[in-house]
Design a protein around this ligand. Structure first.
Ligand SMILES: NC(=O)C1=CN([C@@H]2O[C@H](COP(=O)(O)OP(=O)(O)OC[C@H]3O[C@@H](n4cnc5c(N)ncnc54)[C@H](O)[C@@H]3O)[C@@H](O)[C@H]2O)C=CC1
Ligand SMILES: N[C@@H](CC=O)C(=O)O
Length: 350
């Protein structure tokens, strides 16, 4: 049976949860999916780097939290030597889950590039490389005969990108609108319930929804990246970050939320893209007070939803978790399942 060796770049909420899944469910994965997974390298800013081609003891790695020392105490290094680990380790697949940088995607763009250049496949939940360098990295993967998968970059583990690419064949997509950030949606809901903004953000952080800098969620940068990804991947828009207008929810005060509630409206952070008559695409993200009977008004908590406008079916809506450690770790697993299916011709249901 095939075993894929994987390297975890960034060992925070998402990649730790992937390691937990591998440790707890390795046998089930093997029997149900037809392949095994073995973690052979981990790097993290707080822990340093560890490379063990025979497989890392995941119990040991999961017990380390940065306060309890670094990988130097386990035969590794206290330094985060990403380039050397990514290029030289024996992994077949690099799982990139470091911080998303909404400006230029670095250093994650480099992490992905180093992996693809050294003929390793990549799965990532990091929106930066996909949004800002997606076309270039996809083409590099193709040139090198490896895979670049990023289902978790939009709506965490909820299948959207692969689903739309495969299941909407024969349909023309004219645009989409959706709730694409779990944190801001969670915060708006908690504020409607009477919580203050800071307390609501703190809850979203504890639940593993928020970015390392939650301003990325609140000020719309995260949705800007996701709109860019969906527009380029699904509408073939050929647009850049500067083409996606951005406004976050920091202007949506508790007073505005209560007033909207009295008027039968609910504030939501809506990301959208629409194809114009001349073929160009207009895209943006902004807070909107939606009537309660609008399809997106009832989407609550960290749930996300995106409604695609198609020529033959009209609106087709996909809804599911948009954030969360387990949900996003599953996205990485679904990427690996898709790679395995592409390699072996096995049916992939994800
Ligand atoms: N948590 C979620 O619900 C979702 C997260 N994502 C994305 O997945 C990625 C990971 O998310 P989380 O695990 O929740 O974040 P996190 O903040 O819990 O973990 C990120 C980890 O990466 C490490 N790191 C940062 N820069 C690094 C570098 N240059 N080299 C090595 N390690 C580095 C940090 O020390 C940290 O442990 C982020 O890009 C995030 O935007 C995407 C979808 C959902
Ligand atoms: N911080 C993001 C995580 C997923 O991309 C969110 O809240 O949606």
């Amino acid at each position: 049976m095939t075993t894929y060796d994987i390297a975890l770049i960034g060992f925070g909420g998402v990649n730790r949860t992937l390691a937990e899944l591998v440790a707890a469910r390795g046998d089930t994965l093997r029997s149900e999916l037809g392949f095994g997974l073995r973690v052979v390298a981990i790097t993290d800013l707080r822990l340093g780097s560890l490379v063990q081609p025979e497989g890392i003891d995941l119990g040991m790695a999961l017990n380390m939290d940065g306060a309890s020392g670094t990988f130097a105490a386990h035969g590794g290094s206290a330094d985060t030597i990403n380039e050397s680990v990514i290029r030289n380790c024996t992994a077949d697949i690099i799982c990139e889950a470091t911080f998303t940088n909404p400006e230029d995607g670095e250093p994650a763009v480099s992490h992905v590039r180093w992996a693809l250049e050294s003929n390793k496949s990549v799965c990532t939940t990091n929106k930066g490389p996909v949004a800002i360098r997606g076309a270039e990295l996809t083409s590099l993967a193709e040139q090198n005969g490896v895979h670049f998968e990023f289902e978790g970059a939009v709506m965490s583990g909820t299948p959207v990108i692969r689903l739309a690419k495969k299941m909407f064949a024969g349909l023309k997509l004219n645009g989409f609108e959706g709730i694409l950030n779990g944190t801001s949606n969670y915060v708006l809901g908690r504020m409607e319930a009477g919580l203050d903004f800071e307390a609501a953000i703190s809850e979203a952080q504890k639940l593993g929804y928020a970015e390392a800098n939650p301003a990325a969620d609140i000020e719309g940068y995260d949705v800007q990246l996701k709109v860019l990804i969906l527009a380029n991947e699904l509408l073939d828009a050929g647009i850049e970050l500067k083409d996606v207008q951005r406004q976050g929810i920091s202007t949506v005060t508790p007073e505005k939320i209560q007033k909207a509630s009295r008027e039968g409206l609910r504030w939501k952070l809506v990301g959208s893209a629409r194809r114009n008559v001349d073929g160009s695409v207009t895209a943006g993200v902004s807070p909107v007070a939606l009537p309660l009977d609008h399809g997106l008004a009832g989407v609550s908590g960290a749930t996300n939803a995106v409604s695609f406008e198609t020529d033959l079916l009209g609106a087709v809506t996909v809804s599911g978790p948009g954030a969360g450690r387990v949900e996003t770790a599953y996205a990485l697993l679904s990427d690996i399942i898709a790679m395995h299916a592409a390699r072996t011709g096995a049916a992939a249901h994800v």
